[in-house]
Every structure is written in C-alpha cells, then in structure tokens.
Design a protein around this ligand. Sequence first.
Ligand code: F6P
Length: 327
Amino acid sequence: MTARKINRIAVFTSGGDAPGMNAAIRAAVRTATKNDLGVMGVRFGYQGMIDDDFIEMHHHSVSNILQHGGTILKSARSEDFRKAEGRKKAVENLRKHNIDAIVAIGGDGTFRGATVLHDEYGFPVVGVPGTIDNDLFGTDETIGYDTALNTAMEAIDKIRDTADAHDRLFLVEVMGREAGFIALETGIATGAELILLPEAVKKIDYIRDSLNKVFKVQRRSSLVIVAEGDETGGALSLAEKLKDDFGKYEMRVCVLGHLQRGGSPTSHDRVLAGRLGSAAVQALLNGHTSVMAGVLNHKNALTPMHKTWSEKKSIDFELLELAQVIR
Ligand code: F6P
C-alpha cells in the first residue's frame, strides 16, 4: 500500500466494451467528486493517453448514462502502448494533467497495461473488471457478463423457434475468446443439446456420437452452443468437420458475435458497476495500488492486479455436469 496524497484521478475504459461500463464510469466519477477529487476522463483508453485525449469530468458529466451500453469514454486496443516509447508519452501526458492515480475499466489486456504503468513508473492504479467474457480471476462476475448472457439467451431462444419448426441442427457460436463462461450459462439457459468450451475439450468423435443420439435418432431440433475459443475453432469450423455426417440434415450456423457486446445493461450489471466503480476510487483513497476491485462471495474484494490474469478463473464444472443431466 502507498499512502500518497491524491488530488486528481483519471478514468478510462479500454479493450472490448461491455454493457455497464458507463455505470462504472459514473460511479467512479461521482465517488471521486464527493471526495473532492478532480477527475479527467481519457478517451479511447491507452491510445487516448498517448494522443493527449483528456476531458475534464464533473458530477453532471455522467448524468443519464448508466442505462446505455458502450462507453462514453470510447475504447480502443492500443498497439502504441505496447512500446516503451508509447508508455513514456502516456505518462508525460498524465503528469501534464496533474493526474495522481488512475482507474482502469476493462479486461485482462487493460490490467496488463495498468500493471506495466505501475511497475515502470510507480503510477497508482486500480482496476474495475469490465468484460463480457467473465474471465478475470478475483471477481465472481465481471461487468457486462450478465447482460451478454441475457442478450445471447434471447437470441438463442429465437433460433430455437426456427430450429424447432424445421427440426434442424443449429451450431450457435457465442463470444469468449479463451473462456467458456458465456457458452456454459447460455447453453443451460436455452436447453442446448451440447455445449462446447475451451475448458472441457471434446473430441470430434464424441461430438458426432452425441449429435447422432439426440438429432439423428430422436430426430428433434438440436442446438450446439460453441464458445468462439473452443478447440473446434468455432461454429463455422465445426460445421465443416460435421458436414459429411450432418450436412444432408440442413445443419445451420449462427455466429452471434458483437451483438452480445451491446445493449442496455441489466440491473445486475448496473449495480455491480456502481459497487466496483466506487470501490476502485475508495481503494485509491485508502492507499491501495495495482489491485482490481471485484466481488467475491457477495463482498467487495481487492485482488493484486497481476493475479487477475496470471491465475485462471475456473468455470463451474458442476454446472457443466448439470447441463448433461438436464438436456
Ligand atoms: O473480450 C471481449 C471480446 O468480446 C471477446 O469475447 C472477443 O473475442 C473479442 O472481445 C472481440 O474483440 P474485437 O471487438 O476487438 O473484435
């Protein structure tokens, strides 16, 4: 812990946007202003830090934003920040604006960047977990995950209607670059016949056999939920591997893609964002640095930032077993 005096903080969002980021920005800004801290927003994440894209923020700068998806501060994935020269420029700009500490809202890439800023320049940083993937160690849920689950579930329910009307086999791909959280929970919520995740790799023969049982023998509509990061290479690649066996049965593929990232956050994500955006500023005021503010067993918890990506958050394997029992 550092006990450095903080007068002014910067807040930014980075990496893939997630519904609820605006609610997190609002909570951070309002907690800061209530504690008499100045706040600057950085637009476009680390790239904006390098390009000097800073804006002053006040209580009213964040009015009427918590119900909207996306991020008012914009987001980016910055190649320049990976270079020492880019980071030097970013720190020069932070110092120019008299920033004493930063609140970084995003996923593992965002936290890797914040950790480097802290380690190289001693900059106080606290992270807020904002990603639909839910793949950060140190928090039971990330901001945006619940909304993405519900968006995907509603879309898959619609796919089920048409699959059922034709008794078709659908391969539906959901997001989750290296993690199967979205696939697992949407698979259960939509009664999928098969769920394929990077955490529980299934051989192609197993996939064929399972689909033979439910789809060919029982001849009923079947949904396979495939995480984009699954070993099969995603839904399109799986369709290619299955085409000789199931091609003649009007197999269809649907990649849900970025629609899972947009939309108004659920109440759950808004509350989580409020809690964690505020907790991050409180943590800075209490002298913490290089930590992420998360929620563990319903309580706020700080986790060393490097652990959020260096340790792996596991999916719930009991849920995966449950999916097989009740499908
Ligand atoms: O990390 C969030 C996420 O939506 C992943 O699920 C997905 O793999 C990735 O971002 C897509 O990134 P981009 O929007 O840059 O294509």
